[in-house]
Design a protein around this ligand. Sequence first.
Ligand SMILES: NC(=O)c1ccc[n+]([C@@H]2O[C@H](COP(=O)([O-])OP(=O)(O)OC[C@H]3O[C@@H](n4cnc5c(N)ncnc54)[C@H](O)[C@@H]3O)[C@@H](O)[C@H]2O)c1
Length: 433
Amino acid sequence: MTPPNIAPATGKLGVLTPGVGAVASTFIAGVIAARQGLAQPVGSISQLAHIRLGGRDEGRNPMIKDFVPLAGLDDLVFGGWDPISPNAMEAAKTAGVLQDRDISAISGELEGVVPMEAVFDERWVTRLHGTRVKKLTSKADQAAALIDDIDRFKTENECDRLSMVWCGSTEAYQEPSAAHQTVTSFEEGLRNDDDNISPSQIYAYAAIMSGVPFANGAPNLTVDLPCMLELARERSVPVAGKDFKTGQTLMKTLLSPGLKARMLGVRGWFSTNILGNRDGEVLDAPENFKTKEVSKLGVLDTILQPDVYPDLYGNLDHVVRINYYPPRGDEKEGWDNIDIFGWMGYPMQIKIDFLCRDSILAAPIVLDLALFMDLAARTGVSGVQDWLSFYFKAPLSATDQGPEHDLFIQQTKMKNTLREWMGEQPVTHSEAG
Ligand SMILES: NC(=O)c1ccc[n+]([C@@H]2O[C@H](COP(=O)([O-])OP(=O)(O)OC[C@H]3O[C@@H](n4cnc5c(N)ncnc54)[C@H](O)[C@@H]3O)[C@@H](O)[C@H]2O)c1
């Protein structure tokens, strides 16, 4: 393919997060700390990973950030909206992810990130009570106000470009409705205050209308809607989602391709979690948990292909539970019991006990998405960015074949996309390549 002409990453990139809670404040704090040489951006592909170019014998293996024209950490400016958090410092303290010594060293900069008043509706997140909320009841007015916020933020902070990543709470479960079918029906829904239009959709609409790439880090129905995809195409804006791939699902997408590669059977996969952060509190409401459950359950089927391997994976019980348990805070514990079987059907079990920190795993994903979505926009591609499936539990797909869930195939796809954009050959890992 002829490599595209990628516009240079000049000037400042504003990163806007609807939702300045645990994930967003950990992301912002980590970037500021990295800028000051206080911490390493561990977990970020854009900052730490190398990419092989050409044959193995060529010895070309630059860092991704030196190979593709990405915005630098020093060029990032942070902003967002939140109905509760007064600034990123308070958000970080409430979240309790980072220790005092880490946030006090950068307290001035964190206090300077003051979220704008949110478009928020408690019906979608029943466990939260927002106070820093726009006093506009009409959804069309809310969308217009967000578009104004985006424009003002860009001007006041002298940004060259913006990138938006939804880091807000998981909204209640919903199926697409008539309002979501076309841009016309969605805009009519905004004017008529259609109950089916959620706040996250209003943010996505405002972003796309403003030409700002939008990635959804939560499992709610947001850009994965015909109206949003139509608008993204019309306005030539890249979109991606959904639900950051962290914690237990990350483990699932690491392990299940390995079991399948060795043609070992799986009879059951029981996953349970305890967590005590605000996310856990929101997910304690059944209608919000349902949104998460659907996103988490899709993973195994797509990787294991029970239709192709009915004897190995056709009779698999997959159960996912999340329990809100305040003493744990952000330090989630996820248990997996996996019932597998091998030669002559003999059963075996694998147990995983992952004592993880959700926001520590999610923060580098926010950074990478903000940078790569900006790269996509400068490359001139639009609509669903399949090549960023690597980062999501329930990746959107632009093709009828659906998304790829296997982390290693996703990684290859991401790196090959970058190679192609930069005029290099894809790496096939065959004997010849
Ligand atoms: N931490 C992870 O590993 C992980 C992984 C996958 C997905 N997620 C999702 O990312 C999101 C953020 O997670 P978190 O741990 O930071 O949660 P959090 O509760 O700490 O932060 C979410 C923030 O969003 C705000 N919010 C809610 N509705 C809003 C609206 N309409 N507009 C603007 N802000 C709004 C809340 O006030 C809160 O401060 C959640 O939806 C979570 O499910 C997190």
